[in-house]
Every structure is written in C-alpha cells, then in structure tokens.
Design a protein around this ligand. Structure first.
Ligand code: PMP
Length: 446
C-alpha cells in the first residue's frame, strides 16, 4: 500500500470518556433524535482518515468497524473526496430516470467486469442495501413468475418491510413491527461451529436445506434463494466448503434465481472482489452496497441480463438511485481498491489476525472460535467448557476496547461475537496496537 494519511495514525484517549463535547451532544440528541436509532459509541465524530476516527473532544479511535463495512478505502479517502467534490461542483442530481448521465453507465460496466461469470450482465442502482435486496426479490419474482423466497437462519438483509421479513433475528429488527411480508421461508444454515453433528460437510448441510425446501415449498414454487456468502450481522458465519456451490447448483436445476447478498462481504472485504469468488460460485443476481462507494450511499442489483431485463420499463428505479455524486464516489473507490490491491491487503490482515488470535483460542476455553476471511473476521465467545454463548463477556470486551480507544462491533444471533471490519487502508502498527488492546480485554473477561 502506498497511502498518505492526513491524520496522525494513533490511538489516544485524553481525559474523560466520553468527553464533555460528546456528552453535550448526547444531551441534545436525547431531546430530538428517535430512540430507535442506537449508536455503538457514545462519542461524536469530528474527523476520520485511514484507520482512525477523531471525536469532537480530540480523542483518536482506531477504527475496526469501518462504519459497518463501508469505508473499505478509508473514511477520509482523498481520491473519493476529490471525485465527489468535482461531481458535486458540476451537478448533484438530475434523476437517472429523467436525464441520464455517463457515470451510471460507467459504473454498470465496471460492475459487469468485476463480478463473477462471463455471461451478459446488467445492473440497476439504488441507495441502500435493503433497497437492493427488495428489488432483487422483485426481479426474481417477475422473471420466474413464482412467489416463494427462501432465506436462511441467522440471515440479515435489512430493516424495510420485505427485508425485515428476510432477516432472521426478531429482536431488535422486527419484534412488534409486523406483519412481515408473506411467502418467505427460512432454511437451516451451515454454521460449522454450532452444528449438532460437527462432522457434517458443507454438501450435507446443503442437502439438509434442499430437503426442507422440497418438503415445505417445492422447488418449482421458489422464485429466489437469497443468502449472504459469509453472514454478517448473524455472526460472521462462514458456511462449510461446498455448501454454497451445492445450493447454487440445486437452484439452477430448479429454475430458482440464486441471489448472493454481498452487501457486507463485497468489494475486497474478504480478500477477493466478492466472497463467492472463494468458492467459484456464480450467482444469478448479486446485491451490492456498503464498500462499493467509499462511504457514499449507493447500492446495486447486478446479474444475468435476461433477469434484469425481464422487468418492464418503469418497473425499477427511484428518485435518487445511482445519484451522480454517489456514483463518482463509487468509481473512485473501485479504482483505488484495484490500484492499491486492497483485496491483497485484506489477506494480510487475515494473516495477522490468525497469527494473533488462533493461539489465544487454544489457550482460552471461553474463546470458542476465531473465523472469517480477509478483513471480515470474528471471535465467538462461549461459557468455558461448552458452547453456550457468552453475550455478557462479549459486551464487556467491546466496552473495554472502546474505552481504550479501539472501536469494535459485536454481532451474532446470540450477541456473542466480536467482529473486526477494519478499513483496508489501516497500517500494520495501528492494527497490531488494536490487537493488543483486544487481547487484553479478552484476557480480562474470558
Ligand atoms: N444485506 C446485508 C448482508 C447487510 O449486511 C446489510 C446491512 N448490514 C443489508 C443487507 C442492509 O443494508 P442497508 O443497511 O444499507 O439497508
């Protein structure tokens, strides 16, 4: 990597945490911001660059969250900032459905180049991950003339009405906010650490889900199977090798649209452009967002041209979808990822992570599993002597890290997973220092 940082890449907490300015903002917020939108950190951001976020009191945090896997190229990436500023100075919006512009077309070309498969591909752009997922399902239903949609245990696909139905976890995502959309079926995932039969192969786990689909729905009734190739919010669950290819193969036999939700795992995060690349799976449709645009709100549905074109003109779109400023950010972010080989950087981060935390797993019975690919990495905590989830220790570890200036996120159906999603531009020293803090916190609570 050849990266010039604008901010000093260091971790430092000065004085009280949270500081007085953050506390004052929290009081203002409590009066006017909806309680339903919760924040991990009690501090307010003032600046960010490379691997650090600086708060309004001048504290500098090492960022191991990337705003939930978004700022892969860094939150203060100057190439992205320059492209965004230049586009904003020309025009901020025309609406692609009214007066189209080149950037949208160029980004669709780029996505066709980078996503797996040599078939003809087409793309439609939106604003959020959930919006992409909603539209992928619409496309699959119209293209197949079927209605059933299959999602998996531990899945997370968003918080809009259709996507909260696809999301597995009830609290906090959907409890009391239904009814959810009909014709959604949930199937067992391959979760190697928590299988009743620990020797079950990926292919066998796939056959288990296929049998359920055949019995509960019927292959010829299913419009789409949607799956995160590495599950995100559900716990950074990496299915056993062979699971995804077998599900994709069965979908093809049955005329089912196989949708890979790569909203979190895409764009170099897992050490390849896309997580499906690790198993040579070629999805019919993919949903993309987060890392795609260097922090700008942008998402996409991409895939087989005949599927995208099954929808009549006017059946897809939205006022802001593929906004020109967001598109400029995406084109710059993608160029940067390629030029700096950020997929390679993710693999280096993976190596450093396993070198540090695998020995710790052997040493501590409460560290149940370390897993993940590239810079999408996780530690699952359990009560010593078994696999009972330990959400309490997980919370304490994350809180300790935060108080010492390392911003990390938790996840998991059972709330017992610490996940690491550093910006891929983070330097080795800052990362090693954050690992020190995390290791200490683990030793204190596990
Ligand atoms: N799908 C996956 C796999 C995600 O991780 C997320 C966000 N965490 C979404 C969909 C929803 O994206 P958004 O929050 O942009 O709507």
């Amino acid at each position: 990597m050849d990266i010039q940082y604008r901010l000093e890449q260091k971790r430092s907490i000065n004085g009280a945490f949270p500081g007085p300015k953050s506390q004052a903002l929290a009081e203002r917020r409590a009066r006017v911001v909806a309680a339903g939108v919760a924040s991990t950190a009690p501090v307010y951001a003032a600046d960010a660059d490379g691997g650090v976020i600086v708060d309004v009191d001048g504290n500098s945090f090492t960022d191991l969250g990337s705003g939930i896997a978004v700022t892969t190229v860094g939150a203060g990436n100057q190439e992205v900032a320059g492209a965004v500023a230049a586009q904003a100075a020309r025009f901020t919006h025309t609406c692609f459905m009214v007066t189209p512009y080149e950037g949208y077309v160029e980004l669709a070309e780029k996505i066709a180049e980078l996503t797996p498969g040599t078939h003809a591909k087409k793309t439609v752009l939106f604003n959020s991950g959930a919006e992409a997922v909603e539209n992928a399902v619409k496309i699959a239903r119209l293209a197949t003339g079927r209605t059933a949609v299959v999602a998996f245990d531990h899945a997370y696909h968003g918080r809009t009405n259709l996507t909260m139905g696809l999301t597995a976890k009830a609290a906090p995502y959907k409890r009391g906010m239904g009814p959810t959309a009909p014709e959604i079926y949930r199937m067992p995932m391959s979760y190697p650490y928590r299988e009743e039969n620990p020797s079950i192969s990926g292919k066998e786990a796939a056959e288990r889900a296929i049998l359920s689909m055949e019995k509960q729905i019927g292959g010829d009734q299913i419009a789409a199977i949607i799956i995160e190739p590495i599950q995100g919010e559900g716990g950074f669950i990496v299915p056993a090798a062979g699971f995804l290819p077998r599900i994709a193969e069965w979908a093809k036999e049955q005329g089912i649209v196989f949708i890979a939700d790569e909203v979190q795992s895409g764009f170099c995060r897992t050490g390849a452009w896309f997580a499906v690349d690790h198993e040579g799976v070629v999805p019919d449709l993919m949903t993309l967002a987060k890392g795609i645009a260097g922090g700008m709100p942008l998402s996409a549905v991409t895939g087989r041209a005949e599927l995208l074109d099954a929808v009549h003109p006017g059946g897809l779109g939205g006022t802001y979808g593929g906004n020109p400023v967001a598109v400029a950010g995406a084109l710059a972010a993608i160029d940067f990822m390629a030029a700096q080989d950020l997929a390679g950087r993710a693999r280096e981060i993976e190596e450093a992570f396993y070198a540090r935390f695998r020995p710790l797993q052997e040493e501590l019975a409460g560290l149940g599993e370390v897993r993940g690919r590239g810079a999408m990495l996780a530690l699952e905590f359990v009560k010593a002597g078994g696999t009972e989830p330990d959400a309490d220790a997980t919370r304490k570890i994350a809180a300790d890290c935060l108080a010492q200036g390392v911003l990390i996120l938790t996840c998991g159906t059972y709330g017992n997973v610490v996940r690491l999603l550093p910006p891929l531009v983070i330097g080795d020293e800052l990362l090693a220092d954050a690992f020190d803090v995390l290791e200490q916190a683990i030793r204190a609570h596990v």
